[in-house]
Write a protein that binds this ligand. Sequence first.
Ligand SMILES: [Zn+2]
Length: 167
Amino acid sequence: MADTMTREQRHRCMSHIKGKNTKPERIVRSWLWHQGYRYRLHVKRLPGCPDIVLPKYSTAIFVNGCFWHAHEGCDKYRRPKTNIDFWTAKLQNNKARDERNYQLLHKMGWYVLVVWECQLMNDSRGTLIALSRRLSEIFLETNKAKIYNTTIDDSIPMAAEPMLEYK
Ligand SMILES: [Zn+2]
């Protein structure tokens, strides 16, 4: 198969890969693995070289460090006090590049999930559970499960059940 990546894409991929196997990434991988998900790592042929790719779920997961990916409104994302112009440009550039890659992946039919470093630091369990939940939803969506939206007629009385104790 021809190598269809442009030089620029390859460069982006390589520069992204420098940050691979970070602790936040390993936390997410380990969780997914133990939950029974199977994935590929750092898939170079996809835009942005996603950290974790779950083909069965058509999902690409990025585990983003808050600083390098310019997580807006995040405590961990503080621009350095020196060379402000340089850093502002660089980090905003990273952010714009991320957005472009997410859009490209969407167009290719991938779901894109971003897990932020700070989410894992603040509430890793909650973050990971939310991730699994989202993957289950995606699985249902991609497998075209029919969700019947029935409107409940207000005139029908709601069922009420007494509290039961299991004795
Ligand atoms: Zn953050």
